[in-house]
Design a protein around this ligand. Structure first.
Ligand code: C5P
Length: 237
């Protein structure tokens, strides 16, 4: 459905999460993989321990950064938090779509005038029906995901983070310019680790994924560079 034309396009689709504790470990991964993949994701683990300095260090190498802090707060706070992220020169960031229209619109305003893409998280893939019920959401997960994706689209978000099982559904209901960023990706034959709903890189792209978050299959490989290259090659069919 969305063929990858060349090596550069395949690399551009891959986001490696820096799921480590220290800035030194993060920079080691970046130095090793910067010429193999398009992006690096900095999440709560690395950010909370090292602060914005680790973002500056990674950006300082020239690598593009996806700051995955999943903002969810009052609109005014989210607006200014997004401005703070933009000041760090990150290229993508996340907010919880369940924050509602006003909060999402504030996030979009915070990023106005920058090239930074604001992504919405719909329902965390760690959630099941019971989790929704516990928090007062009675409808089926798929309906909740679709409804939140429409909310995100209406507020002008630049994309969504979603599980492999939701890609096809979301691709059919949100505007094409909204990018779908998909974790839970496992190359054929690799260890699923704790991921329950997985898809291979070419499958996810065929279903409409724009970006693939691929961690342990690359970072825990004996040779991460070789592992990344195999994935890049697989995307070119
Ligand atoms: O190592 P692995 O490929 O499983 O890493 C996936 C990355 O994507 C991790 O940083 C994880 O927190 C993140 N993620 C996920 N599932 C989601 C959202 C984010 O695995 N639904």
């Amino acid at each position: 459905m969305h063929p990858v034309k060349n090596v550069a396009e395949a690399k551009e689709k891959i986001i490696v999460p820096l799921d480590v504790t220290t800035a030194a470990e993060a920079l080691h991964l970046v130095e090793m993989l910067a010429s193999e993949v398009g992006w690096f994701k900095i999440g709560l683990q690395l950010f909370t321990r090292n602060g914005p300095e680790v973002v500056r260090l990674v950006r300082g190498t020239g690598a593009r950064v996806f700051l995955d802090l999943k903002f969810h707060d009052i609109p005014n706070t989210v607006l200014h938090a997004v401005e703070s992220a933009i000041a760090l020169d990150v290229q993508m960031l996340t907010v919880h779509a369940s924050g509602g229209h006003e909060m999402l619109a504030a996030a979009v305003r915070g990023a106005a005038g920058s090239a930074t893409r604001v992504l919405g998280v719909t329902v965390l893939t760690s959630s099941n029906q019971q989790t929704l019920t516990e928090t007062g959401v009675m409808r089926p997960i798929a309906e909740q995901v679709e409804s939140l994706s429409q909310l995100a689209a209406a507020a002008g978000l630049g994309g969504l983070v979603a599980s492999p099982l939701e890609v096809a559904l979301l691709r059919a209901v949100v505007p094409r310019e909204m990018k779908l960023v998909i974790p839970g990706i496992r190359p054929a034959g690799s260890d699923a680790n704790d991921q329950k709903r997985i898809m291979t890189p070419p499958e996810a792209v065929a279903q409409g994924a724009d970006y693939l978050v691929i961690g342990r299959p690359i970072t825990a490989a004996a040779d991460p560079v070789a592992a990344a290259r195999v994935i890049v090659a697989s995307l070119q069919g």
